[in-house]
Design a protein around this ligand. Structure first.
Ligand SMILES: Cc1ncc(COP(=O)(O)O)c(C=O)c1O
Length: 248
């Protein structure tokens, strides 16, 4: 979506500044710059991100559009459900990557407004499982450290996304980086689709033992998986595949 923002910016000639944490994938940042976006760096913590964002606003008068904790972003994400349920009737379960929860909040609100019995599962990396922990303890959990190949899924829930995740998301399925890499490999080898780790996690969740051993697995006849991003850093991909290829 970020690259589409920059494409839009190039059309309307307005200023668009993007804030990235230092560990973001090289290719994601390069693609943004290719469309003329200005990239400003923060450290790899939410606190640093928020401090830098405030400073940019003060210095430039820029308008902050939060990537997930914003009703406009959440409702925009809801259009995914509208299209999905219109184009593919009979879906009973949707599996969605989760980070700050904007994507899943919009999808959940729209899908459950159309069909309240639809099941929504969040897919989250084990190395950044704050949403799973939040659901267990009943409040927003933040982690001092995250460690996962899914670089887009390291944020924590916000005050607007948490109530939706708490009350309407049925469960969170957590998967290891190995499972994510295996799912990425399936996207490439079987579907011929370039998917980044954060985007492949939904497939990893559906193939996981946690899902297959759940009651929901038995009741799910038509499962939709949201595949949310294709910024693949090829060098990182080769490395991760090299460490995970099984020999016959
Ligand atoms: C590829 C990808 N998928 C899904 C998400 C999850 O988005 P959200 O923060 O709305 O949960 C992100 C977040 O940046 C992402 O980069």
């Amino acid at each position: 979506m970020l690259q589409q923002c920059h494409w839009l910016q190039s059309c309307v000639e307005s200023l668009l500044i993007l804030l990235y944490q230092k560990m973001h994938q090289k290719c994601k940042v390069e693609n943004v710059k290719r469309y003329g976006g200005q990239v400003i760096w923060s450290e790899v913590t939410m606190q640093s991100r928020e401090t830098v964002a405030r400073k940019v606003q003060e210095d430039t008068g820029a308008v902050l559009i939060h990537p997930f904790n914003d009703g406009r972003i959440m409702s925009g994400q809801g259009t995914i459900s509208l299209e999905l349920l219109e184009q593919v009737p009979g879906i009973d379960t949707i599996v969605v990557p989760i980070s700050g929860g904007g994507l899943i909040s919009g999808i959940t609100l729209a899908a459950k407004a159309i069909n309240p019995s639809i099941r929504i599962f969040a897919a989250e990396p084990k190395g950044a499982d704050d949403a799973a922990q939040s659901k267990v303890v009943g409040r927003i959990v933040t982690l001092s450290e995250t460690n996962t190949i899914a670089d887009g899924l390291r944020a924590f829930l916000g005050d607007k996304t948490w109530p939706v995740v708490r009350d309407l998301v049925d469960d969170v399925i957590t998967v290891s980086d190995e499972e994510i890499i295996k799912a990425m490999q399936m996207f490439y080898e079987i579907l011929k689709v370039a998917v980044e780790p954060s985007g492949a996690i939904g497939l990893a969740a559906v193939l996981s033992d946690q899902f297959k051993q759940s009651e929901a697995w038995k009741e799910s006849n038509k499962v939709a998986i949201i595949v949310s991003g294709g910024n693949v850093d090829l060098a990182a991909l080769w490395n991760s595949l090299g460490n995970n290829t099984s020999t016959p």
